[in-house]
Design a protein around this ligand. Structure first.
Ligand code: UD1
Length: 429
């Protein structure tokens, strides 16, 4: 199993192009099931998770062709017919977001059998809201032996979906199903993440009628059929935020391009409060820190436009070297501090109590062997390694490969001392 070794202390200087958003890309790929015509997605990230979604879609009947277009990597998805409306456990357990094929299968075929998902080990992560949304659209749902059996023999019909809490995946799922339902659907208390807008834009390009994505009320007029389209995947806001924090941690000056800073405003406000210089520009932003010690700041994760839970681990790594005590509250997922004990192995001073972490800044971190536990936690260890004295080795990097495209290449192009150690020998074997 691969490991990543980082020798800390090098400043970062240069440019990092941001890839297409993983979380958006996988839902956009699921949208291709809604039409028999080709959906061409450009600015596609090439990641374990997108490859994985491609495999699942192929199993359901899609033809998936990857190529390099004028504007970077693209994927052409064509599902002339659904050959199987069954998403088996061995595929769904590996990536929770693959559960989102249920709605499109149901909308197009009138029935589907999809395994309950697995995914990152960051809390219970139920799918009750997904199922409630589909039931509001007239689906009949039964659970049996770890599978969801869904039926809508006469097709889905528009309805009112009122989410009790914000859910990214359930809001997307509701959109993916309602676009082909008969009549109108209104989703209230919808998630407002930029990925909602990206999905709605793609669906509308395919002939859907979705209004209000990005606000808490989404209205959908169902249409009888969707057609093919070309859509550019939005920039990855979590990758953007991750490299912004990495630059702040290592020091230096890094320009992040092909992205948008309004997507991570809550993070940038906290970085500025901590003493990092952030300059927005047309194509992204520049992050600069010239050696002065950062100040500890408090952070509460929240649904968009609040501070993203997917940037919490990275920010915690940054706070380990800040002056003073930082309080970080995780309000979206329980059990999302698994990086804290690993950061402590590098010399960080962190106390966890329930959903709250207290990080007392230390003067320096020292390299150690650490273990990646989930996708975002893993990258926080890489970030800490950039500033730790000596060589930090991160084990179990398959988590990183799920969500960060060419991470070592992007960081080493800016001067980081980072390399991948292929295969064998790790404590994880
Ligand atoms: C998505 C992102 C993930 C991010 C999260 C929150 C993808 C592939 N993943 O995950 O990276 O961390 O949004 O921004 O897009 N919940 C329920 N019942 C449900 C669904 C969710 O109780 O049916 C709860 C969850 O346990 C969690 C909260 O709702 O406490 C928010 O989860 P949700 O927004 O659904 O996250 P995901 O879509 O799984």
């Amino acid at each position: 199993m691969d490991r990543i070794a980082i020798t800390g202390g090098a400043r970062l200087n240069g440019e990092i192009p941001i890839s297409g958003a993983k979380n958006s890309a996988i839902k956009l790929m699921a949208a291709s099931l809604l039409t028999e015509e080709p959906l061409r997605l450009t600015n596609m990230p090439r990641l374990a998770d997108t490859r994985f979604m491609g495999k699942l879609l192929q199993r359901l009947g899609a033809e998936v062709i990857e190529s390099d277009g004028d504007d970077g990597p693209e994927t052409l998805l064509t599902t002339r017919e659904i050959v199987s409306a069954i998403a088996p456990y061995d595929l769904v357990r590996q990536m929770r977001a693959s559960f989102n094929v249920l709605g499109p299968l149901l909308a197009r075929e009138g029935h589907a059998k999809v395994s309950l998902p697995g995914g990152c080990t960051i809390g219970a992560r139920p799918v009750d809201l997904h199922l409630q949304a589909l039931e509001a659209l007239g689906a009949q749902i039964d659970l049996n032996e770890g599978y969801v059996y869904a039926q809508a023999p006469r097709g889905l019909k528009g309805g009112r979906i009122d989410f009790p809490i914000n859910s990214v995946g359930a809001t997307e799922h509701a959109m993916l199903a309602a676009v082909l339902a008969r009549g109108d659907t209104e989703i209230t208390n919808a998630a407002r993440e930029p990925e909602m807008v990206d999905l709605a834009d793609c669906l509308n390009a395919m002939g859907a009628k979705v209004a209000g994505a990005g606000t808490s009320i989404i209205q959908i007029q169902g249409v009888a059929r969707l057609h093919g389209a070309t859509h550019a995947v939005m920039p990855d806001r979590i990758e953007t935020g991750t490299y912004a924090v990495a630059a702040a941690m290592a020091g230096g000056e890094v320009r992040l391009t092909r992205t948008r800073c309004d997507f991570i405003q809550a993070l940038l406000d906290k970085m500025a409060e901590a003493g990092v210089e952030v300059t927005p520009h047309n194509d992204g932003l520049t992050v600069k820190r010239n050696g002065a010690r950062l100040k500890a700041v408090e952070v509460d994760t929240a649904p968009y436009p609040g501070f993203a839970t997917d940037l919490q681990a990275q920010f915690m790594a940054l706070m380990t070297l800040a002056e003073g005590e930082s309080v970080i509250r995780e309000t979206i997922f329980e059990n999302r501090f698994m990086h804290a004990p690993e950061l402590s192995r590098l010399g960080a001073d962190i106390t966890i109590s329930g959903g709250e972490a207290r990080v007392r800044g230390v003067a320096s971190l020292n390299a150690a062997q650490v273990m990646a536990t989930d996708l975002r936690a893993s990258v926080s260890l890489v970030i800490a390694g950039l500033a730790a004295e000596g060589e930090t080795v991160v084990n179990r990097v398959y988590h990183l490969d799920r969500g960060f495209e060419r991470l070592e290449e992007k960081l080493s192009a800016c001067g980081a001392q980072i390399r991948r150690i292929k295969g064998g020998g790790g404590e994880d074997e």
